[in-house]
Design a protein around this ligand. Structure first.
Ligand code: GDD
Ligand code: MG
Length: 340
């Protein structure tokens, strides 16, 4: 069986005003009726393949997890937010060392769950052989917010990773696309718990040591596991991509053509949702006349739009956001988003 490890961190600036600090992206039903966290749990619901999930989250969000996941998961409550390498390491140190972990963010959309499960099986088989496995997404634009994977020699179900470059600058990303043979890192990983701890100890020994101590000194409260906060507090926060994936020599990638989106902003969310014939997407009460590719979402007031294309209107809890689709990337710069 495979142990799902679900990362539930993150702030709520890029999908402001719907996503806010106290209730960020994973806890909102942004695509269908289920929240992104619930959809992530649903994907790992097949008991023939998956063990009960472990969710790693901060204490501020434990209440939302209890509401949405109920009694279906163990929650590791992080003493502090230290980015993804320590968060994953908490789960890897807590679970049996021969357990195969499937690490997933809880703020992504996956359109084709069947394809996800096929990649998950291939990744689990490679992980059992000791590989640190990433999910490779077809790269179709020089996005700088992602990790880039250069695919090497073919191995069963995937490829060796020749090179892993986290968040390259624009010119480098453009060069990778021209060169070809690169995939984006989807942020989903599979490995044996013990293999991860070995790689972490090799490349970030202080972090591995502190996490082991935090887990050894931790305690259960019902379904919650609370690591000891002292050793954890001293950790220098770093993502798994920089700490492990850029450095390990045992990295592999499985291709994952699964309708993946990280829903990084309102434009990406619009594109992940089903549109009508004119490409408009509406939630709530709205009237659109002669509009194309317009996204409207309102929690109350009626929104009326005439003659616009590629425009986004969000009304939520007394805040109104109006932006061009292209401007959606800059929402984080707004005072409202920054000062919530
Ligand atoms: N529990 C916990 N604690 N979760 C965290 C923490 C933390 O301290 N920090 C981040 N996370 C969660 C986020 O909520 C998200 O679901 C996931 O871990 C990834 O973190 P991001 O901060 O969103 O990473 P990123 O988007 O900059 O980059 C990663 O994802 C890209 C794909 O979306 C990298 O893995 C890239 O290489 C990758 O391309
Ligand atoms: Mg992200």
């Amino acid at each position: 069986v495979v142990h799902p490890v679900i990362l539930c961190g993150g702030s709520g600036t890029r999908l402001w005003p719907r996503s806010r600090k106290d209730k960020p992206k994973p806890f909102l039903p942004l695509i269908g009726e289920r929240t992104l966290l619930q959809a992530t749990l649903d994907r790992c619901g097949d008991e023939a393949l998956f063990a009960e999930p472990v969710i790693v989250a901060g204490s501020a969000h434990v209440c939302h997890i209890a509401d949405q996941a109920g009694e279906t998961a163990t929650v590791i409550v992080e003493p502090a937010a230290k980015n993804t390498a320590p968060a994953i390491a908490l789960a890897a140190a807590l679970l049996p060392q021969d357990a195969i972990l499937l690490v997933s963010p809880s703020d992504h959309h996956i359109g084709d769950v069947g394809a996800f499960l096929r990649s998950a099986r291939a990744a689990a088989a490679l992980a059992a052989d000791g590989w640190m496995v990433a999910f490779g997404i077809e790269a179709d634009r020089p996005e700088t917010g992602f990790g880039y994977i250069r695919m090497g020699e073919a191995i069963a179900g995937g490829h060796r990773i020749d090179r892993f470059v986290e968040k390259p600058d624009r010119a480098t990303a453009e060069r990778f696309l021209t060169e070809g043979g690169y995939a984006w890192n989807g942020g989903i990983f599979a490995f044996r718990a013990g293999a991860f701890m070995e790689e972490l100890a090799a490349h970030r020994p202080a972090m591995a040591d502190a996490v082991r101590k935090a887990v050894a000194g931790g305690r259960y409260e019902g379904r919650e596991f609370h690591p000891a906060s002292d050793p954890f507090a001293g950790i220098e926060g770093e993502s798994v991509d920089y700490a492990v994936m850029e450095n390990t020599h045992r990295a592999a990638v499985v291709p994952a053509a699964m309708g993946w989106s990280d829903i990084g902003n309102w434009e990406a969310l619009r594109d992940a949702r089903e549109g009508d014939e004119a490409g408009n997407r509406v939630r709530g009460t709205a009237e659109l006349v002669d509009c194309r590719n317009v996204l409207v979402e309102t929690d109350g007031p009626r929104v009326s739009v005439i003659g616009l294309e590629d425009v986004i209107v969000i009304v939520d809890n007394g805040e109104v956001l109006v932006t061009s689709a292209a401007g959606a990337q800059r929402v984080g710069r707004l005072h409202g988003a920054a000062r919530q």
